[in-house]
Design a protein around this ligand. Structure first.
Ligand SMILES: *[C@@H]1O[C@H](CO)[C@@H](O)[C@H](O)[C@H]1NC(C)=O
Ligand SMILES: *[C@@H]1O[C@H](CO)[C@@H](O)[C@H](O)[C@H]1NC(C)=O
Ligand SMILES: *[C@@H]1O[C@H](CO)[C@@H](O)[C@H](O)[C@H]1NC(C)=O
Ligand SMILES: *[C@@H]1O[C@H](CO)[C@@H](O)[C@H](O)[C@H]1NC(C)=O
Length: 249
């Protein structure tokens, strides 16, 4: 489902992306601990009828925790996303996403079988108007609410284990600021106590793969979030896929 979260294993194993899929941010999903939304294409969970994927028990890493995290059962991010959901979509072939409605990175087409190459350009080689356009897109992302994702504004315990969902909308840009924060923030131990000696996104082997996946998701979600609004503003919408931000981040 979504990754936002922790280490590299989870990023790679979890078949989808983002913070909380909006369709699963409700009492019913939380109490059932299931996030297997229907795929629009056929209306079945995980696009099952179209052979895209199935709703399955999540797979968790059996690897021991590192010494930086001497706790168990205190942080919602442990064994992500099992605190919130223990059944999610597992997608087949080149499908991915929380409902198997998307293609793996690098693929496109109805059945996600066509290779799709996108080129990131060096920002120093963009023309002034290309740079302006790029910044305009960033600005738009900051002003458009994410359609598919919401963020959690409380812990699972604060949500009374699901019976009191605490989520809110977020714009496409801030969604990713939030995911980055959520993955790397301190562990909250209750009250004002925090455990600072942990950073799931940076101080471990997950650093590079986590950020690579993060950027791929960012590019994708921003394209999706902005494209309908952008079409009238820009004729060469495809250029957007070919703009580099490498030196901005
Ligand atoms: C998954 O979560 C549900 C709801 O809390 C629970 O009833 C079920 O036992 C859990 N399944 C496993 C295998 O932990
Ligand atoms: C996609 O797969 C379906 C079902 O296997 C098939 O009917 C359809 O022709 C395929 N479409 C393309 C564009 O390959
Ligand atoms: C991206 O831009 C470069 C340089 O302008 C161009 O050569 C390349 O074909 C473009 N790639 C795509 C996928 O549009
Ligand atoms: C939430 O679940 C935990 C573990 O199952 C339990 O100890 C706790 O009492 C539950 N809290 C509420 C508010 O239901």
């Amino acid at each position: 489902m979504f990754l936002f979260a922790m280490g590299l294993l989870l990023v790679i194993l979890q078949p989808s992306t983002g913070q909380f899929p909006r369709v699963c941010a409700n009492t019913q999903s939380l109490l059932r601990k299931e996030c297997c939304p229907p795929w629009d294409g056929d209306g079945t969970p995980c696009g099952e009828r179209s052979n895209r994927g199935t709703c399955q028990r999540i797979l968790l890493s059996q690897a021991p925790l590192g010494p930086q995290f001497p706790f168990s059962g205190v942080d919602d991010r442990e064994d992500w996303p099992s605190v919130f959901y223990n059944r999610t979509c597992r997608c087949r072939g080149n499908f991915m996403g929380f409902n198997c409605g998307e293609c793996k990175f690098g693929f496109s087409g109805q059945n996600c079988t066509e290779r799709r190459l996108r080129t990131r350009r060096n920002i120093f080689q963009l023309t002034i108007s290309e740079k302006d356009k790029f910044l305009a897109y960033l600005n738009l992302a900051k002003n458009i609410p994410s359609k598919n994702y919401v963020i959690a504004t409380g812990t699972y315990a604060q949500m009374n284990n699901g019976s009191n969902p605490m989520f809110r909308n977020i714009n496409v840009y801030d969604l990713f600021v939030w995911m980055h924060y959520y993955a790397s923030r301190d562990t909250l131990l209750g009250g004002s106590n925090v455990w600072r000696d942990i950073d799931f996104a940076h101080e471990a082997p997950g650093f590079l793969p986590w950020h690579r996946a993060f950027l791929l998701l960012w590019e994708r979600e921003k394209r999706r979030g902005t494209s309908p609004e952008i079409q009238p503003l820009l004729t060469e919408s495809e250029d957007y896929n070919n703009v580099s931000y490498q030196s901005h981040f």
